[in-house]
Ligand binder design. Structure first.
Ligand code: NAD
Length: 360
C-alpha cells in the first residue's frame, strides 16, 4: 500500500522522535526489551479511534533501530487504513521484533514479546506476520490473551480467507469493467502460488477461468498445471500476459514505471501487499484505463478472519465476501471523481476515521 495523504497532526512539535518522517501522529510507540531472552521489539499503535489496534508482528533482522521503527510505523499506519476499509471496529497497530527468525527465535523470546503485548492491556492485539508461524503465536498466546490466530481462536491460518476476498474482488472488478462477474473463459495470470495464490487458483478454476501461472518455485507451478490444467509463464513475464486479469500474489512493488506500460491485462486484482512502487503509480494505471483493486482492500480477508474469529463460518464468509461490495463502491466513486482507485480508497478510510471522532 502506498498511502497518499498524511494524518493531520496540528501542533506536533518538531522534536527528535516526534519528527520522524513516518511518525504520522502515532498514538503510542513502545520500545520493549527483555534482557533474559534478548528481545528487542517496537510496538507501534497508530490510531485507536475505531477500536483497539489490530496488526501482526514481524520478526526481521533489521540493520538498525531506525529501520525497525520505520517499518513498524509504516505497517501500523497501513493497518489503520486496512481495518477501517474492511469495516472492522479495530484500529491500526503493528509490532516488529529485531531478530533473525532462523537464528534467534525461541519459545522464551516469543513469550517475552507476549508479556510486552499484555502490558498494553488490550490496546494492541497481535497476530502472525513475516517471520512468525502459528506455533509462535501459540507461544505469545501463553503470555497474553491479546493474540489472534492461536488454536484457541480456532482459525489459525488466515490465508484461505485472504484468497476468498481476492476471488470476490476479482468478480467485483469484472462486473465493473464488463457488467458480468462470470469467470467462464476469463483468463487470469496469477503471479505467486503460495498460500493465497494457490487457493485463489482453485477458486478460479472451479469457476471456469483459464489460468496462466508463475512462481519461482517450479514444484508449485507443476502442482497448478496438474491440478487445474494451468499454463505457465516465466515469473518476469506474468504481468505481460494478455489476460483479463493479472493477480499479483507474490511480492510488493510489482507495479512500477517499468511494468505498468507492459501490463497485458485491463484489471489488476491480487493479494500482494504494497503493489504500487510509488503513489503516482495508481495514477499511471488509471491513465492506461487499467482497473486497479487497491491491495489493502482486496487482501483484507485474512485480517477480517482474525478480527471476527468468534463468529459462525457463514457469517465470516459473508463478511469476507463484502470486500467485493467495498471495491465496487471504490470503483464507482473513482469514476465519478475521476480519481485513481487507491486515492479513493484512502479517502473512504479517512472519512470513516473522521466519523469515528477524536481519539478517546
Ligand atoms: P507465501 O509466502 O505463501 O507465497 C508467496 C509465493 O510467491 C511463494 O510460492 C513464492 O515462491 C512465490 N514468489 C516469490 N517471489 C516470486 C516472484 N518473483 N515471482 C513469482 N512468484 C514468487 O505468501 P502468501 O501468504 O501466499 O502471500 C502472498 C502475498 O499476499 C504476499 O505479498 C503477502 O504479503 C500478501 N498477503 C497475504 C495474506 C495472507 O493471509 N497470507 C494477507 C494479506 C496479504
Amino acid at each position: 500500500m502506498q498511502l497518499t495523504s498524511k494524518r493531520q497532526t496540528t501542533g506536533t512539535p518538531n522534536w527528535p522522535g516526534f519528527d520522524h518522517p513516518e511518525f504520522d501522529g502515532h498514538e503510542k510507540i513502545v520500545f520493549g526489551h527483555d534482557a533474559a531472552t534478548g528481545l528487542y521489539t517496537v510496538i507501534a499503535i497508530h490510531d485507536t479511534r475505531l477500536g483497539p489496534a489490530l496488526g501482526g508482528c514481524r520478526m526481521w533482522p533489521y540493520g538498525s533501530t531506525d529501520e525497525a521503527l520505520t517499518d513498524a510505523l509504516r505497517l501500523s499506519r497501513g493497518m489503520t487504513y486496512k481495518n477501517a476499509l474492511a469495516g472492522l471496529d479495530f484500529g491500526g497497530g503493528k509490532a516488529v521484533i529485531i531478530a533473525d527468525p532462523e537464528v534467534h527465535k525461541t519459545p522464551e523470546l516469543m513469550r517475552a514479546f507476549g508479556k510486552k503485548v499484555d502490558a498494553l492491556g488490550g490496546l494492541y492485539i497481535t497476530a502472525e506476520d513475516v517471520g512468525l508461524t502459528p506455533s509462535d503465536i501459540e507461544m505469545i498466546g501463553c503470555a497474553t490473551k491479546h493474540a489472534r490466530g492461536t488454536a484457541q481462536n480456532h482459525r489459525g491460518d488466515p490465508s484461505p480467507y485472504t484468497a476468498l476476498g481476492v476471488y470476490n474482488g476479482i468478480q467485483a472488478a469484472l462486473s465493473h469493467k464488463y457488467g458480468s462477474s462470470d469467470l467462464h473463459g476469463r483468463k487470469v495470470s496469477i503471479q505467486g502460488l503460495g498460500n493465497v495464490g494457490f487457493t485463489l487458483a482453485r477458486f478460479l478454476h472451479h469457476a471456469g477461468a483459464e489460468l496462466i501461472v508463475s512462481d519461482i518455485n517450479e514444484k508449485s507451478v507443476d502442482r497448478a498445471i496438474n491440478a487445474f490444467g494451468a499454463k505457465s509463464v516465466d515469473t518476469e513475464d506474468a504481468h505481460k500476459v494478455e489476460a483479463d486479469i493479472f493477480a499479483p500474489c507474490a511480492l510488493g512493488a510489482g507495479l512500477n514505471t517499468v511494468t505498468i506500460p507492459q501490463l497485458g491485462a485491463p484489471i489488476i486484482a491480487g493479494s500482494a501487499n504494497n503493489q504500487l512502487a510509488e503513489p503516482d503509480d495508481g495514477e499511471a494505471l488509471a491513465a492506461r484505463g487499467i482497473l486497479y483493486a487497491p491491495d489493502y482492500v482486496i487482501n483484507a480477508g485474512g485480517v477480517i478472519a482474525l478480527a471476527r474469529h468468534d463468529v459462525e463460518d457463514e457469517v465470516l464468509e459473508a463478511d469476507v465476501r463484502s470486500i467485493g461490495d467495498t471495491l465496487t463502491t471504490i470503483f464507482k466513486r473513482a469514476d465519478a471523481e475521476n480519481a485513481p482507485t487507491d486515492v479513493v480508497a484512502d479517502r473512504i478510510a479517512e472519512e470513516r476515521l473522521m466519523a469515528a471522532g477524536e481519539i478517546s
